[in-house]
Design a protein around this ligand. Structure first.
Ligand SMILES: [Zn+2]
Length: 310
């Protein structure tokens, strides 16, 4: 069976693995990304991680390298375009150095796009030709598969669904678009709403440094302020998902990411909120489900990218 090297690069951590063509992960290693140390240092470090996993997996015939990364990134040549969480990497591509060091072809793709690809091949809805993967985490983005092919846009920037306006005049994301989905339903938005409530004198068990997970936990514990924040975020998320259903008519929208996990205990309410906002064609139900690939989705998508399976 064929084997490839796969990597998943986020703002805080990067992971490298050897993946077999049947989706088995044979060896893996993780390290801090440290984008502030510079692009060349990070690329050198990733090259070393690849060498480590390759030695550990004892896999014969490594074919290629696939990299799933936080973006925006141009999938044609791997060039970063002002990535908000990988500061200083703008205009750079890892492909030349990795090709030189490791002597095999390298393909780079956007993490949400490759997650969507992984869902169409190895997720519980494998075989789907029209699928969206929406990651709801610190930020919000989507990978789009239409007719079995990833949609990446003219410059690799497609799928930034976090910046759809769902709450005109509402809170803004880090990119500065008031009322966008990311500004009102992301992990960052939930944490910010908690801080605003506390500073406004709200009676709550939350602390000012509460993150989204703490807000979900407080809501579960019966804290009414936390509950209102979670319900507000849920309404905005539902509006965004209903819009995506209308635009893409997908077979399924898969939700992943830490904040999507936070909604597990009120999943039925989230689905009802989406349905309430969706077109009449969804009167009998909305095709929205949770990922079953968990944390592996990035590495698996990168492996498929390396295998040329798009
Ligand atoms: Zn925005």
């Amino acid at each position: 069976m064929r084997h490839v090297l796969a990597a998943d690069i986020g703002g805080t951590h990067m992971r490298a693995a050897v993946v077999r063509e049947d989706s088995a992960i044979l060896a893996r290693v993780s390290a801090p990304t440290l984008p502030g140390e510079g692009f060349d240092a990070a690329t050198e470090h990733l090259s070393l991680l690849f060498q480590q996993v390759a030695a550990r997996a004892l896999a014969p015939d490594l074919l290629a390298i696939g990299i799933s990364t936080a973006g925006p990134v141009d999938p044609t040549d791997g060039t970063y375009r002002h990535p908000p969480n990988l500061e200083g990497w703008d205009g750079r591509s890892m492909i030349p150095m990795l090709t030189d060091h490791l002597g095999m072809p390298v393909r780079v793709g956007h993490d949400a796009t490759l997650a969507a690809l992984a869902e169409t091949r190895w997720g519980h809805r494998s075989g789907a030709k029209h699928l969206l993967y929406v990651t709801v985490s610190t930020g919000i983005g989507a990978g789009i598969i239409v007719d079995g092919r990833p949609v990446t846009g003219a410059s690799g920037g497609a799928g930034e669904v976090g910046h759809m306006i769902v709450a005109p005049g509402g809170a803004s994301c880090g990119a500065g678009c008031p009322g966008c989905l990311e500004g009102n339903a992301s992990g960052r938005a939930i944490a910010l709403a908690a801080r605003v409530a506390i500073e406004g004198g709200a009676h709550t068990i939350l602390m000012t440094d509460a993150d989204a997970a703490a807000v979900f936990a407080a809501a579960e514990a019966g804290d009414s302020v936390a509950d209102a924040i979670v319900e507000g975020a849920m309404g905005h998320l539902a509006a965004g998902i209903a819009g995506l259903l209308a635009i893409f008519d997908p077979e399924v929208i898969i939700l992943g990411g830490g904040v999507a996990e936070g909604f597990v205990t009120r999943w039925d309410a989230l689905i009802a909120a989406i349905q309430e906002r969706a077109l009449p064609r969804y009167a009998s139900g909305v095709p929205v489900e949770r990922t079953t690939l968990g944390d592996e989705v990035g590495l698996l998508g990168a492996a498929l990218w390396a295998l040329g399976e798009e």
